[in-house]
Design a protein around this ligand. Sequence first.
Ligand code: PAZ
Length: 319
Amino acid sequence: MANPRESSIDGKLAEEFAVPCHVDEVKEKMAAFASLHAAAGRRVVLITSGGTKVPLESRTVRFLDNFSSGRRGASSAEYFMDSGYAVIFLHRHRSLYPYTRVFSNINMLDALMFRGEEEASSGEVVVNQQVLPNIAKALKRYQEVKEGNLLLPIEFSTLSEYLHLLKAAAQALSAIGPMAMFYLAAAVSDFYIPASEMPEHKIQSSNGPLQLSLNMVPKILSPLVKDWAPQAFVISFKLETDASILLDKARRALDTYRHQAVVANVLDSRRGYVVVVTPETQAELIISEEDAKNEVEIEERIVSNLTSAHEKFITQQGG
Ligand code: PAZ
């Protein structure tokens, strides 16, 4: 018999959020990727990264966006692969990407130059090492990752795409049980306009001031943990701007969804301070001034904390 809670969220997803046409194809790809790596004894992490976009018109000119550069997801993906994981990287189109993220602020033409005196006439172009000092290191690691088929990138832009692709990912990864980790770092809208209420054409300013009424997005963490991937190790992220409510909100999320951990962070300090909250523990991870000088990133510490916890979780599940 269908689980009524599951059916209600499934029904809402199908009715009010446009289903991306490639979702079944992507689901098969994710399932094949996960079983290939799990068969080789490798754990698989699904990382979500970047912000969702909520269209105001179906032929979209305007939309609401959730803030996220994608840096946390992209850098974490690198540290997970360094720790032996295969990564499904469900990320917002054009947000930061593993390995290329460090070059994202560089104009490509500033990073290139002609070889030798002849300049343009030689036609030979090389990388300017002053502009891109670590390019060889990043390229080497990127090629190893590609050869090992360790990274499966999947893109989303809208909230609808995100929700359907995350559901597909959860169902695809359920086959590998506790070997799967979900690392849900994307910034996801809490509000949306249902497909049935969305105007088709561009909203006209000649009609006067715009009043928006937005519905609440269904809490997808609930069916993910209980129904779609019940054996997986699930980490959600909690972002606040008011530090005084952060830990309370993180604890409430754990009580409600009964998943394994919440990584709690405040917008302004997120690069230097996070708290990993589990039902039993609370670990502060801090990047000191010295660490920052040595280019230590907080994601390295988050990933190290969570991979150890995942290891224990697998052992407890008898895996
Ligand atoms: O992508 P980024 O590095 O700029 O920021 C990361 C983050 C703040 C989006 C992430 O750590 C996070 O908290 N995500 C969950 C956001 C939320 O509560 O909706």
